[in-house]
Design a binder for this molecule. Structure first.
Ligand code: ADP
Length: 447
């Protein structure tokens, strides 16, 4: 096992990694920008090193600074968390060139899945069902028009390099297609440096169901069931649960085994998520994320496994500690994403936290880097905490979530907590009867 690792991230996910490492007796190095000198991850790590000024591009995204920090501190491997450099194949390559380990998949797999067209093509060949659409990239509007007319509307134009809900444009009818095509292209170019786009049938009532997979890099892989992340605003998840309220054990086994087999087939190493849209009993692959995800704790709760610990183990060349038969689903778990944002517009709301109290008790987990007196800097993502609950069944998890939200105190800044109080009054949320469009519609009439 590694003696020391460096965490190339900040906030709650940096704490999450420190916690796993500490339980394994692995020393940790935190990196931070000048804006984060007082951040909790800096306090909690064994060592900390400043890597640059506030903007992410000059600090948490600076490959040379992070490699220098590894060399100065003697860290043997880097955990990237999510976001920042976690899906940057060039970073993984640079670490390899400096003989530093990466706690995640290979550069080749990151590259393969980071390009959505290649990812879809690979998954199709591995027997994973995909959303109907163009066969690869679409070079120009005329071709797009022909494909969309043949397939029928609505369609969605997606940038192959897109992510975080960016680079996707809906065309409800043929009249919208030209604008959708051109804006998806230009957004792909300006945000991701790649203007290649493809077309998919736009599904009108699907759920977002994603399967957690884990591989050892030697052809063995398992699945840890699914998460339902359908409650989204602007294609961004806000409320996630596991298992999916509408997924039967038979469906779970079927899609889980398909996914485990697919990642075993490419010798995938570490944690990964295969995302699907699920409609009328059918799964349609949309993309694979080659990292630990924000919502991984709901899976950890129901399977009683520590995914970060497992990531460290396989990255150090050790075998996985569980096989498929060891993974038995227990109960129900829900996570809500608490952002420093002001409702109803969800505008960022950084500032000083004058009081913070995390809820506790049976089945409650709060992953957050907040503390009383902490100033949330304006430079980064607005996620400031994740409240995760676990119950014996879905009604118990919902009741526990309501109780825990009531205990949570975050004073001084606006947060998305009132949104969750309101959602827990909705029958559709209580019965699990929602799809990916439900929250947007609800926000239109309720906020
Ligand atoms: P990103 O990489 O930006 O997260 P994804 O491909 O994972 O993009 O899609 C994000 C979300 O966008 C999905 O969860 C879903 O809500 C919506 N979406 C993507 N593709 C489709 C589609 N073909 N039909 C309907 N909604 C879609």
């Amino acid at each position: 096992m590694f003696k020391k690792i460096l965490i190339a991230n900040r906030g709650e996910i940096a704490l999450r990694v420190i916690r796993a490492a500490r339980e394994m007796g692995v020393a940790t190095v935190a990196v931070h920008s000048t804006a984060d000198a007082d951040a909790m991850h800096v306090r909690m790590a064994d060592e900390a090193i400043c890597i640059g000024p506030p903007p992410g591009t000059d600090s948490y995204l600076s490959v040379s600074s992070i490699i220098a920090a590894c060399e100065v501190t003697g860290a043997e491997a880097v955990h990237p968390g999510y976001g920042f450099l976690s899906e940057n194949a060039g970073f993984v390559q640079a670490l390899e060139d400096h003989d530093i380990g990466f706690i995640g998949p290979t550069a080749e797999h990151i590259r393969m899945m980071g390009d959505k067209i290649t990812a879809k093509d690979t998954m199709k060949k591995l027997g994973v069902p995909c959303v109907p659409g163009s066969d690869g990239g679409v070079p120009d509007y005329e071709t797009a028009k022909k494909i969309a007319d043949d397939m029928g509307y609505p369609v969605i134009i997606k940038a192959t390099a897109g992510g975080g809900g960016r680079g996707m444009k809906l065309a409800k009818t043929a009249d919208d297609l030209e604008v959708a095509f051109r804006t998806a292209r230009s957004e792909g170019k300006s945000v991701f440096g790649n203007d290649e786009v493809y077309i998919e049938k736009y599904l009108t009532t699907p759920s977002h169901i994603e399967v957690q997979v884990f591989g050892d890099g030697k052809g063995n892989a398992v699945h840890l069931g699914e998460r339902d992340c359908s409650l989204q605003r602007r294609h961004q998840k806000v409320f996630e649960e596991a298992p999916g309220p509408n997924i039967t054990p038979e469906l779970r086994k079927q899609i889980g085994e398909t996914c485990a087999k697919a990642v075993a087939g490419i010798n995938y190493i570490g944690a990964g998520t295969i995302e699907f849209l699920y409609e009328n009993g059918e799964f349609y692959f949309i993309e694979m994320n080659t990292r630990l995800q924000v919502e991984h704790p709901v899976t950890e709760c129901i399977y009683g496994q520590d995914l970060v610990r497992e990531q460290l183990l396989v990255a150090a060349g050790e075998p996985m500690t569980f096989g498929q038969d060891d993974l038995v689903l227990d109960g129900h778990s829900i996570e809500v994403r608490i952002n420093a944002e002001k409702l109803p517009n969800f505008s960022p709301c950084p500032g000083k936290v004058t009081a913070f109290h995390a809820p506790g008790g049976l089945g409650v987990r709060m992953d957050s880097a907040l503390y009383t007196g902490y100033s949330i800097p304006p430079y980064y993502d607005s996620l400031i905490g994740k409240l995760i609950v676990h119950g014996r069944d879905r009604p118990e998890a919902l009741a526990r979530l309501k109780r825990a939200l009531g205990e949570l105190i975050i004073d001084g800044v606006d947060t998305t907590v009132p949104l969750f109080h309101a959602l827990l009054e909705e029958d559709d949320v209580l019965t699990g009867d929602y799809n990916i469009h439900w929250l947007e519609k609800w926000l239109e009439t309720n906020m």
